[in-house]
Design a protein around this ligand. Structure first.
Ligand SMILES: C[S@@+](CC[C@H](N)C(=O)[O-])C[C@H]1O[C@@H](n2cnc3c(N)ncnc32)[C@H](O)[C@@H]1O
Length: 142
C-alpha cells in the first residue's frame, strides 16, 4: 500500500486535482448545493475575525483553491505550501494565485516560528503521522 507521501506525490494527487478542482464561484455553488448557504456565508465569522491583512499560511494548499477564495475576499498576504510540486506549479501558473508558493512537507515546515498571523489547513492533516502533526502544531502555532 502506498504511503500518504507516495499518494500525494504520485498519480493519486493529479487525479484529486482533476476531480476536486473548483473555482471560487464553483466553491460557492457547491456549498449552496450541500448546505443551502454560500461558502462565504459559512466562513464569514472566521474571515471577519482574522483582522486586517494578516499574513496567512495554508499548509497543503494544492492548486490554490482556498488561497484563491481568500484572495477573492481581499486577503493578499498569502503563503501556500504543498508536498506536491505539480500542485504548487498549477497554483502559481494556471490558477494565477498571487501567494508565495513553496513545495514542502507539513512535517518539517521551512518557516520560522511565529512567521504567520494565521495558519490553516484543509484536508491535509489526515495525512500527517500524529507525532509529526504535534510537532507541526507546536512549532508553528505556539
Ligand atoms: C485533500 S487535498 C486539499 C487541498 C486544499 N487544502 C483544499 O482544501 O482544496 C490535500 C493536500 O494536502 C497535501 N499534502 C498531503 N500531505 C502533505 C504533507 N505532508 N505536506 C504538505 N502537503 C501535504 C496534498 O498534496 C494535497 O494537495
Amino acid at each position: 500500500m502506498e504511503s500518504p507521501r507516495e499518494l500525494w506525490t504520485g498519480r493519486f494527487e493529479a487525479g484529486w486535482r482533476d476531480r476536486c478542482h473548483a473555482t471560487v464561484p464553483q466553491q460557492e455553488a457547491a456549498y449552496h448545493k450541500k448546505f443551502g448557504v454560500s461558502k462565504t456565508q459559512v466562513l464569514s465569522p472566521f474571515l471577519d475575525a482574522i483582522g486586517d491583512q494578516p499574513s496567512i499560511l495554508e499548509v497543503g494548499c494544492s492548486y490554490g483553491g482556498q488561497l484563491a477564495f481568500l484572495e477573492h475576499h481581499g486577503f493578499n498576504n498569502l503563503t501556500g505550501i504543498d508536498i506536491s510540486k505539480d500542485a504548487v506549479l498549477q497554483a502559481g501558473s494556471e490558477e494565477g494565485v498571487s501567494a508565495d508558493l513553496t513545495m514542502g512537507d507539513a512535517a518539517s515546515l521551512p518557516f520560522v516560528t511565529d512567521a504567520f498571523d494565521v495558519i490553516f489547513t484543509s484536508g491535509c492533516m489526515i495525512n500527517i503521522p500524529p507525532l509529526n502533526y504535534w510537532e507541526f502544531v507546536g512549532r508553528s502555532l505556539v
